[in-house]
Design a protein around this ligand. Structure first.
Ligand SMILES: Nc1ncnc2c1ncn2[C@@H]1O[C@H](COP(=O)(O)OP(=O)(O)OP(=O)(O)O)[C@@H](O)[C@H]1O
Length: 384
């Protein structure tokens, strides 16, 4: 699929020279999905998918296996045709255009390098397809090799590279023609954790410099939180929530998102009247002044770091627990504990010097602020 990635008819606008300062460039395109639908037989892979991605945004499509992430990306790339709806890049409908005319850079999980070409030739390929003069090709490839820190390996063949290096080459090849949009489908999925984290950082840095719009697909919520300007959570082909990483973490709008992004404690909660909340498994009832949830059944989402062993103050909620397990993670200790009302909850503490770690069977008093409890509805699965 790689040879068809580039638009041979339309050379890229800017020319990257040695003098070019990448940091001043901003070439990202606006992408609009308008009511895109796609079904495979009776499976509705994407329902009425509408989303506007802003120029230069790093937008991550996050969801579990089968939620429709790749379907959305493939519709944008042109590898599959939407059943209905429109997709626009900078206002221009691309829905009837083949992939090679959409001018998108792409990186996939399986590096898909040309095995018979050197690193240099792999990266030069999109430029040769565009019939760029030789000297310009050399300049650009060398510059991009520098960006991905592979200069010394220009002459190597892909089989002589590590997985991380191969993925850097794939990335270099995707950005060498300065596409206004870069699509990435689980690009780091095959790499080990340390390398993945290092490359996450590098990709972010480079995207900042290039200013291109990135649409990134992953099922890894940590990766989504680390990299994105905004995240779209997909569930069964529908958008469950769109927001910045901190919005998704601090203000999930459903039980599903609260559970999917980060760790949390989810406990049944009853709102008797606006402002009065009972969480029976914690044995607490409290008032929340700034609170607007309708009376009825909700879930309380409480992040583990919000539960603290400290004296209660003012309106704080106090919960008495018995420690079950303490997991030592270096700078942080993670605990599981049982409340006096039978619920298993998790809390997390920064470790300070010489802190004694409570042991299994010890009791502890945990405290949290009412504003740290996020009430979320349990939206049912909608089905396909
Ligand atoms: N070519 C196809 N034929 C039939 N069903 C398909 C096809 N491609 C995808 N599907 C179905 O559409 C749904 C969405 O698939 P999609 O590949 O978009 O999910 P995904 O979120 O990318 O999953 P994963 O993380 O596993 O790649 C799934 O139920 C899948 O089985």
């Amino acid at each position: 699929m790689v040879p068809t990635m580039v638009d041979v008819n339309k050379p890229s606008s800017g020319t990257l020279t040695r003098e070019a300062n990448l940091q001043t460039r901003s070439t990202g395109a606006t992408i609009e999905f308008q009511s895109v639908r796609k079904a495979y037989g009776s499976v509705k892979a994407l329902h009425d998918f509408s989303l506007t991605i802003r120029p230069g945004e790093f937008l991550t499509i996050l969801g579990s296996s089968g939620s429709g992430k790749t379907t959305a990306l493939n519709a944008l790339a042109g590898f599959s045709t939407a059943d209905s709806g429109d997709i626009r890049i900078d206002g221009r409908s691309v829905i009837d255009e083949p992939p090679e005319r959409r001018n998108l850079g792409m990186v996939f999980q399986n590096y898909s390098l040309f095995p018979h070409m050197s690193v240099f030739d792999n990266i030069a390929f999109p430029l040769r397809m565009r019939r760029m003069p030789r000297r310009d090709i050399k300049e650009r490839v060398e510059r991009v090799l520098e960006i991905v820190r592979l200069g010394p390996l220009a002459g190597r063949m892909p089989r002589d590279l590590s997985g991380g290096q191969q993925q850097r080459v794939a990335f270099a090849r995707a950005i060498v023609f300065e596409p206004p949009v870069l699509l990435m489908d689980e690009p780091l999925g095959a790499l080990d954790l340390k390398l993945r984290e290092a490359l996450q950082f590098e990709i972010k840095e480079i995207q900042h410099q290039l200013g291109c719009t990135v649409v990134y697909v992953t099922h890894d919520q940590r990766e989504a939180l680390a990299m994105s300007s905004r995240i779209v959570v997909l569930r069964d082909g529908r958008i469950e929530q769109v927001g910045t990483p901190s919005e998704m973490y601090d203000a999930p709008q459903s039980r599903f998102v609260a559970d999917f992004i980060g760790q949390t404690n989810l406990l049944a909660a009853d709102v008797a009247q606006p402002g009065s909340v009972a969480i029976p498994e914690l044995g607490v009832t409290y008032r929340e002044n700034a609170f607007t949830a309708r009376p009825g059944s909700w879930y309380a989402s409480i992040r583990p770091e919000k539960l603290q062993r400290r004296p209660a103050e003012g309106p704080d909620i106090a919960v008495s627990v018995t420690i079950q397990e303490a997991v030592f993670l270096g700078d942080v200790i993670e605990y599981s504990a049982r409340t006096d009302h039978g619920a298993l909850i998790h809390f997390r503490e920064q470790r300070r010097d010489r802190d004694r770690i409570p042991e299994r069977g010890e009791t502890a008093n945990l405290v949290l602020r009412p504003s740290d409890v996020v009430l979320v509805p349990d939206l049912p699965r909608t089905g396909r």
